[in-house]
Design a protein around this ligand. Sequence first.
Ligand code: ZN
Length: 260
Amino acid sequence: MMIRKVAFPSFFLLFFLSCSRNIPSTIPETVPVTNIDIETVKLTHLEFPGSESTLDNFSYLSSINLLLPCPDVTLPDQSNLLPNAARQYRNGIHRGIDFQADYGTPVLSVMDGIVIRSDHSFQEVTPLFRQSLLKKAAQIGRTPFDVFDNILLGRSVFIDHGTDLVPGKRLLSIYAHLSEIDSVIQVGREVKTGQILGLAGNSGTSDGTKGNKAGAHLHFELIIQDAEGERYMGQGLEFQELNILLNSIFVQKIEGTKQL
Ligand SMILES: [Zn+2]
């Protein structure tokens, strides 16, 4: 702890705060952030070391509509459930939206796409093993990508929405902590907007490793990739901007598609 404090003097923190919306590329990726109020600083590139630090207002998403992924479950409006929230238990930042869906709620594809990951053979790890990985995250001051992808997301489905919706960008949606995945959701198969991918659950969470049904929700992400790197929808936006973006993108029903 002492080493971290010495390595991150207050003048550097002030400098960092003054340019938190436009991080110069000269700041090393390895700046220790554990002792900083992550929510205030809005360090937006912890999860994606390859990301460009240029601002993104996501205006290119304005022509896109995403179906709300759980029937009758609205967009959350608490910042803790939205992108950019601190996730101190894993020393990271939330990349997605936590839809407050009960255990067993159907989870639908938000757009047409192709299945790129479908964890039919997902096995929950033990609580002790999960804790040991979170301890390592604390030791290095960030969430290791492999721990995030393979353990913390739980039973997940990834859908590739291709590069045609936004020229030069690939869109990928992630549905995590599922309790079940529909048998037709296999890698390489096409899915339609509103198609059931699986059921909400708590896999990958602390409760999931304990074998109970508490804390169920759908963790959803939209990842945007281009030549500069990749980022999550809403990355780095202030709370109000984020709310406007999400409310303009998500819809309850998309005309011409089958929905529950
Ligand atoms: Zn989440």
